[in-house]
Structures are given as C-alpha cells and as structure tokens.
Design a protein around this ligand. Structure first.
Ligand SMILES: [Mg+2]
Length: 377
C-alpha cells in the first residue's frame, strides 16, 4: 500500500465565543488501495491564519515527502516529517500539521487491518471514559453559565469545566471579586458533588503571586483544578504554584512533543497534564508523552476543544492509557462537534464509549465539510 494523495482542508464554523476559536485543519490521506485516513490539527487562531499556514506546510512540505510511502510505516514517517519540520521551527503550526497526518495514518492502519486504533496502540484498558462537559464562561451572566452546566449534570455528567469568556473585554480573570462571584454562583447551581474545573485561559496573564491568591480564594468552592492560571512559558511559576496551591493546577495544551513536555513531567510542574493529540504531535507522540508521565505517576487528562475527529483520536488514546480517568468533552455549540461525523459522540451518564469501529471509528459528513470549508473561497 502506498500513499497516493493528501488533502488539507480548512474548516470554520460560527461560534458564540472567540475563545472557542472556530478554525481547524482536517487532513485526508488517500492510498492506492482505496483506503483513506482522516486526521485533524487543532489550528485555532482568530483569523484562521494558523489553519492556512498548516495547510501550506502539508501541501508544499509534507505531501511531496509522503507520496509513495507505505502509510503503515507510521513511525518512520513521523520521524521523517519531524526532522523536516526544523524548517518550520519544530513546534507550533509544524506540529499541528504533523499531528493531523499522524492521526490520519493511524486511521488508515486501523482500516487496513480491520481493527480499531486502540487495538493497534496495544489494546484497551477500558470500554468507556468519564468525561467533563467543557464550556465557556458567560461573565455577564454567570447564572446562565451555571444553568448551562446544570443541563449536563441532569444528563448524568459528573464534571463540568468553564473557561475563558466570550470576548476579550468580558474574559474570566480580569477582576478577582467578579471571578470569585462567578465561581460561587456556578458552584451553587451545580451542587457540591460535581467536579468543577476553572480554566483561566489565555485572555489574561496572571502573575505567580496573583495566581496563588486566586487559587486560595477558589479553594472554598472546592474546585477540581485551576487550569492555565499562568502564561504557557512560565514553567518556573507553574512549579512554584503547584507546590504552594492546595487546588490542583492543570496545563499543557500549549506544549508540543515529548521534548517540550519532558520538563513539565520530570519537574512536576503541574498536577494535571493536558496534552492535545491534534496539537502536540498526534497519537504517536502523545502516547509517548503519556508513557513518560506515567513514569512520574502524573495525572494526564488530554485536552480537546476542536472537532469530533479530535474526540475520536482522544478516545483511542485514553483507552490505551493504564491510568486515564477523565477526558475533556467540548459541549459548546459547534457543527464541527455535533454534525461533522455521521454518529456524533454522545455521553451516557457522563461517560463516552471507546469507539470499536475500524480505524478511528468515525465517518465524516462530507456535506458538513463542504458547508464549512473556507479554503476554496
Ligand atoms: Mg484550556
């Protein structure tokens, strides 16, 4: 079997919040045996520029190096493209592009061998995974945020996360009293038993002493974790914050490859590590990151806030992890989550089932791709 063609598609859907950054890159790899694989790079950026840059990397850089390769040589291809990515900086957009290709190759391998991807990753530890409903703060009306989360609790979810805000001006994190009040209101509406996560996001930049103070203020609402309270580059700050804070600290969605994650793991910079398969290097690399984190007995809850392809890849990943206990499940309105695949993912009593179909186990709605693709206009 040989790789025949690679298509990089930029999709964008209308979103209620700029934090849910609508653009993503979908990759289709076709083989000479008629098997096609699907992958995704989480190329969120407000003006879609990351998606178009990743598309250019794939079409001009990666595709000529992929054509004619046996798609089952996933690791050989991974290392070949990673090495070539030095021209793009070995991180960021280059690795989004590599992530999309890697996921598509695993999808091809599963379809070729008539097995779900998790079997090729070594088999599954579980048939389902607890998920948290991942939502965006409405800081103008925290009560409506609370009610939105409550809707998922009534469906059986046991964990809900709120993050960011709907606009830069109305971001969470701008005002200590207002932030605490929002968390208080939401906790009251969700009730005491629900795991409630708070994601500061990157619309604000907190300093270490400020983050320590805020973690202390949120402690009385028994939050499950505080996510990205510091800038993504401030690993020293994270190390100190994680040591000082009684509230768990989570981060990692902005890190790439095992080399990027190495220090976060061996220095125990966070309590909860959040690599993203469609950002950090695909299933191959995030599996390696998870294995490294396992050596340090670190909790890993993969990040995922893009499309249903990302959810599928995440499910195969967590199925294969010995210590996975929780996964992000984006629940904001988006056709890329709810309509992109023929059988959209639905949680049952707060759990998502591990897909058992061949490859990633998903089938795309081509008409939805056509409706939302923006790279042909
Ligand atoms: Mg986050």
């Amino acid at each position: 079997m040989k790789i025949k063609d690679i298509e990089a598609i930029v999709v964008r859907s209308p979103e209620p919040s700029i934090a849910s950054a609508p653009s993503s890159l979908i990759v289709k790899i076709e083989t000479d045996e008629g098997i096609a694989g699907i992958g995704e790079g989480c190329t969120h950026s407000e003006s879609d520029e990351a998606s178009f840059a990743a598309k250019a990397i794939i079409e001009r850089g990666f595709a000529p190096r992929l054509k004619g390769e046996d798609p089952l040589n996933i690791q050989k291809i991974w290392y070949k493209l990673y090495q070539y990515s030095e021209w793009y900086g070995r991180r960021g957009i280059a690795i989004y592009a590599l992530s999309a290709i890697d996921i598509a190759l695993w999808d091809i391998a599963g379809k070729y061998l008539h097995q779900p991807v998790h079997k090729l990753l070594g088999g599954k530890f579980r048939d389902k995974i607890r998920v948290y409903a991942s939502l965006i703060f409405n800081m103008d009306d925290p009560e409506s945020s609370g009610k939105e989360g409550r809707k998922y609790v009534e469906q059986g979810f046991t964990a809900v996360k709120y993050g960011w805000g709907q606009t830069w001006e109305k971001a969470f994190g701008l005002d200590a009293d207002r932030d605490e009040e929002a968390v208080r209101i939401i906790r009251e509406i969700l009730g005491p038993k629900i795991d409630l996560m708070v994601d500061v996001g990157r619309m604000v930049n907190w300093s270490l002493p400020y983050a320590i103070k805020m973690a202390e203020r949120f402690k009385k609402y028994n939050i499950y974790w505080l996510e990205e309270p510091l800038p993504q580059d401030d690993i020293e700050g994270y190390i100190m914050l994680t040591q000082k804070s009684d509230v768990w600290i989570a981060a990692g969605e902005g890190e790439y490859t095992r080399w990027g994650f190495k220090d976060w793991i061996i220095r125990r910079a966070v309590d909860v590590l959040q690599p993203d398969v469609s950002k950090a290097g695909g299933l191959s690399e995030v599996k390696r990151i998870c294995d490294l984190a396992y050596m340090w007995n670190m909790m890993v809850v993969p990040h995922g806030f893009s499309t249903a392809i990302n959810i599928a890849a995440n499910l195969h990943l967590v199925a294969s992890m010995p210590n996975a206990s929780l996964l992000e499940f984006r629940r904001t309105e988006s056709p890329l989550i709810y309509k992109l695949v023929k059988r959209p993912f639905e949680a049952v009593n707060g759990y998502l089932a591990i897909p058992d179909g061949e490859g990633l186990g998903i089938e795309l709605n081509e008409d939805v791709i056509e409706e939302y693709r923006i790279d042909r206009r």
